[in-house]
Design a protein around this ligand. Structure first.
Ligand code: 3HC
Length: 290
């Protein structure tokens, strides 16, 4: 079984930057790719902030932080992926965009390289079908904030080999994460349960069940959730939740996955949550609630 030393991360958004950070923290050489310099710089800044926070909190020494920075490379080209043994894709939740980039990588990467998608709701088999390596293709789904959340879902698609599942599971453990096995059904395990809950919170609010603050306080103090549903919606991003809900609704045709009208209206108005400064609540430039 070839050793994985270099990891390629596609996308430096909220998830991609977190994934790149945990891979570098675990000792892998990491190349992070974004489509343009602006997005790349934003990803780099996000990793920098997270590393500084980890050092501040005593989770990391300054010298370890420096070593991690040295293991990270940033690029707008795919060429550097030719020497990676493991690819994790975390670009936009758009099947065509994902298929296109995996197809290009398939021609570029070594045959033994494993391809994973961090998609939260798209079908892994549809991405794998764009490559000649569906046996070496799986889902590896992280949770936000990636450096803090312990869970990853290892998703076996219809063509994924047993060896690949074992290697992806071992890789997840090498990052210090706790893997659970999931089938290639939209939403896997966690989002299948979480998304209807978040959508239901919006419906409850639309129906006047309680104020945003009272619903959040209810779930925090009544059920010990670390964040209330509206805080969490803003944190994950309303655009992301909307996209996931649309995909899950298309897959299952069940009303519980349908995005409520208010969610759609907030997304079209650019109220994405913390990342755009306004969602259910308002945020300053540092992402702190006003
Ligand atoms: N690196 C390393 N450790 C960090 C860190 C960083 N950048 N930032 C924070 N930490 C550590 C802190 O040191 C602290 O550790 P401790 O408990 O040992 O002291 C711990 O993480 C908590 O951090 P904070 O004290 O800063 O923050 P809070 O206690 O307020 O917790 C939170 C923040 C972890 C985000 C918490 O509110 C939470 O768990 N919220 C829910 C998040 C959630 O549900 N995520 C899943 C979303 S769904 C998803 O991602 C799937 C997708 O497909 C939609």
């Amino acid at each position: 079984m070839p050793d994985i030393r270099r990891v390629g991360v596609l996308g430096a958004g909220l998830m991609g930057s977190g994934i790149a950070e945990v891979c570098a923290k675990a000792g892998y050489e990491v190349v992070v790719r974004e489509v343009d310099e602006k997005a790349l710089a934003a990803g780099r800044r996000r990793i920098e902030q997270s590393l500084s926070k980890a050092i501040e909190r005593g989770k990391l020494t300054a010298s370890d932080g420096e070593a991690i920075r040295k293991r990270l490379r940033f690029s707008t080209s795919l060429e550097e992926f030719s020497s990676v043994g493991f690819v994790i894709e975390a670009i936009v939740e758009n099947l065509e965009a994902k298929r296109e980039v995996f197809k290009a990588l398939d021609a570029l990467c070594a045959p033994h390289a494993i391809f994973c998608s961090n998609t939260s709701s798209l079908t892994i088999a549809e991405m794998a079908a764009a490559t000649a390596r569906p046996d070496r293709f799986a889902g590896l789904h992280f949770f936000n904030p990636v450096p803090v959340m312990k869970l990853v879902e290892v998703v076996r698609a219809i063509g994924t080999s047993d060896e690949t599942v074992a290697r992806v599971t071992a890789f997840a453990r090498s990052l210090g994460k706790e893997p659970i096995a999931a089938r290639d059904n939209s939403g896997f395990v966690v989002n299948r349960l979480l998304v209807p809950f978040l959508l239901d919170a919006i419906r409850a609010y639309e129906q006047g069940v309680g104020s945003l603050e009272d619903v959040d306080t209810g779930m925090k103090l009544g059920c010990a959730h670390p964040m209330g549903p509206f805080e969490l919606l803003d944190y994950v991003g309303l655009d992301t939740v909307y996209a996931i809900a649309e995909i899950m609704f298309t897959e299952y045709r069940e009303a519980r996955f349908a995005p409520p009208p208010l969610l759609k209206r907030m997304v079209v108005a650019g109220r994405y949550g913390r990342k755009s400064g306004r969602g259910f609540f308002e945020y300053d430039e540092r992402g702190n609630r006003k």
